[in-house]
Ligand binder design. Structure first.
Ligand SMILES: Cc1cc2nc3c(=O)[nH]c(=O)nc-3n(C[C@H](O)[C@H](O)[C@H](O)COP(=O)(O)OP(=O)(O)OC[C@H]3O[C@@H](n4cnc5c(N)ncnc54)[C@H](O)[C@@H]3O)c2cc1C
Length: 351
């Protein structure tokens, strides 16, 4: 999924217009299905509790986003599969959230069923040099548990406040390593509901890219992932983890809501080898503010929600940055973050 919207609605941040023939809810347009009846059926069939009009901001690191029509937490892979298959069999739009660390959810919220993935079973085998994780396992936990087992290769996970599923989706990486360096295979749930094992080659992993990123709803879901690692002394690995921790504290605005790098680094030939952060910095944009969102003075490619901003503030700031960098350097920055929910009325030129 990219800058797309899940369903049509009015301009985010504005009062959502009443869709023809539907009852408006407290915030956002009415759902195109009956969330009460569907929630009751999910509870009865899968034993999973749901909530209606659940505010989504707290499930994201950017801390913005309106309500989900219907929201559920999947506590294990069984529930994750069950919820996905249920939504698809009913034609209900489905959105999977990992740790919400790479998303900006619109103020109008997300139509359909939103599932937070907390399937967190993890098996690490020092003997085989492998780790197999359900897709809701936090990357930081994967980094520390493989370190304890004396296995090296996943230390970079400490820098990534996302889930294994989100990290595979993004081919996340840091400190000269990425998912592709250690991944062997992934268990995938396609829209038809027949789970398949895919090799790394089938995932088309590239710079912050994978087959999953190119898909629009209905998406394939990552259910679990397996990694091959190398033995190393726990001390040596701990030293690397400490370096990563220190680097992040020095270079990133930690503890302030953000979604990490907002823009992808442009191709070197277009930018003269400058990163997105360097271009934004050289355009003099550090500290620029729109409402409650600003460009971090610590890392120019981090747009932070430091004063309780809205999703519209964040996106407007991103648009302003994009326009200024383009005007100054002729480089069109592409989003690294993904915009989820009702953004269909958004007009970038209005920034
Ligand atoms: C402070 C900070 C620092 C960061 N540093 C880095 C960094 O160094 N390197 C880096 O690569 N990233 C970094 N990020 C970005 C982010 O952590 C990664 O992209 C992460 O992999 C996203 O995982 P998530 O679980 O939070 O995904 P989410 O944000 O929840 O979701 C992102 C997308 O993935 C999809 N998705 C999630 N789970 C699944 C699944 N199981 N199956 C299919 N699709 C799924 C969602 O539907 C959504 O479209 C940083 C973010 C922050 C806030």
């Amino acid at each position: 999924m990219s800058d797309g919207a899940t369903t049509a609605a009015g301009p985010p941040g504005d009062a959502a217009p009443e869709a023809a023939g539907t009852e408006p809810t407290a915030r956002g347009p009415a759902a195109t299905f009956d969330p009460l009846a569907v929630g009751t059926e999910i509870q009865r069939r899968l034993g999973v509790k749901t909530s209606r009009l659940e505010p989504l901001a707290r499930f994201t690191t950017m801390r913005v986003g309106g309500p989900a029509d219907l929201f559920a937490v999947a506590h294990n892979a069984f529930e994750l599969r069950g919820l996905a298959k249920f939504a698809r069999s009913r034609g209900i739009p489905l959105t999977i959230l990992g740790r919400g660390s790479n998303v900006v959810i619109s103020d109008a919220g997300i139509r359909g069923l939103t599932v937070q993935n907390r399937a967190e079973s993890l098996r690490v085998s020092a003997e085989d040099g492998t780790a197999t994780a359900e897709s809701g396992v936090p990357m930081a936990r994967l980094a520390t548990e493989t370190q304890l087992a004396g296995l090296t290769g996943l230390e970079f996970g400490l820098a990534i406040p996302g889930s294994v599923g989100g990290a595979v989706w993004a081919n996340a990486g840091a400190h000269e390593a990425e998912i592709a360096s250690v991944l062997t295979s992934v268990s995938v749930l396609p829209p038809d509901g027949t789970e398949v094992a895919m090799t790394k080659a089938e995932l088309r992993l590239g710079y912050r890219d994978s087959r999953f990123k190119q898909q629009s709803e209905p998406q394939e879901l990552v259910i679990a992932a397996s990694f091959r690692l190398q033995p190393a002394s726990a001390e040596e690995i701990r030293a690397r983890l400490d370096d990563i921790r220190r680097w992040r504290q020095t270079h990133q605005p930690l503890g302030i809501p953000s979604a990490g790098s907002f823009f992808r680094n442009p191709p070197a030939e277009a930018s003269g080898g400058r990163s997105a952060g360097a271009l934004i910095d050289q355009a003099g944009l550090k500290g620029t503010r729109v409402g409650g969102a600003s460009v971090s003075p610590k890392h120019a490619n981090f747009l932070v929600n430091d004063q309780k901003g809205t999703a519209a503030d964040v996106r407007r700031l991103g648009d302003l940055v994009r326009r200024d960098v383009h005007e100054r350097f002729g480089v069109r920055l592409e989003h690294e973050v993904v915009f989820l929910g009702d953004w269909s009325g958004w007009k970038e030129d209005a920034a």
